[in-house]
Design a binder for this molecule. Sequence first.
Ligand code: 13P
Length: 330
Amino acid sequence: MDITILKSTAQAMVAKGKGILAADESSKTIQKRFDKIGLKSTPETNISYRKMLFSTPQFEKYISGVILYDETIRQSIDGTPVPQYLQRKGVIAGIKVDRGVVDLPNFTGEKITEGLDSLRSRLEEYKAFGAKFAKWRAVITIGEGIPTDTCIEANAQNLAIYAAFCQEQSIVPIVEPEVLMDGDFDLEKCKEVSTKTLKKTFEKLRAHKVVLEGVILKPNMIISAKLSTTKASAKEIAKATVETFLEVVPKEVPGIVFLSGGQTPNQATENLYEINLIPGRRWQLSYSYGRALQDEAIISWAGKDENIKLAQGSFLARCKKVSLARQGKL
Ligand code: 13P
């Protein structure tokens, strides 16, 4: 483990005005995105789409790093392996290393993330490809009687073991305990569950001797659920979000990069803007959006070469708005 590398990679990931593009959709998830434009996901269509995104002129002004999927890190753009293609633009390559979620046995409605098996050797391989950071997503669901303490603890434990394996290779772990927006709960419920989840996550990270200066946290914002009847405003979301993190996130953590989690691009931008207006923040508060950065571009592209310029324009415009929001500007 090289702590200097870990710290400098983590700092670069949350450099001023920049954030991360989550382009690590699994084959199953990218098909869901392509369904909106009637396109079949194949290794060829997947790389055409990602080439459209990654070849957008100037996107590196707003994007510090890109999270890749296993298929993509092995592919090339114009004859250059994807990690090196990104590196030439000054963009850091990262890799999703979890293998998705499955039902947690004996705990109806709850999930556990898979992927610890052979993680050391997979990280060694990804490092040789050029990956400098990684991602692992844990999922916490709010519902009748859930989440249980067992589910939170099991997921926090796996996140910590994953993070320790990453740091062993001097790869910065993005630690993502996502409390889903699905359901009808209010902001307070989200705050309660997120606080509990984050506390347990940091307890386990410490127990596994993970160096917090070399970790990036990727959480949900504190938000009301999609079907909640009491919709929280952007200002309320921002206040609750920063309050929660001040309570549970140690100051050593260099940055917090939010997931968009089903918010529209505009909501994810406005909420980030309000978050960055709150005084007393002690970390970089940035983005690692998947859908909120890509939704407009994918529709403009529609799988057609003649739409590439248009789609790149949509993508760049959204990257710029989110970057401004992250700096407390609109
Ligand atoms: P969304 O921003 O679409 O939630 O995706 C971010 C991500 O990487 C989830 O793991």
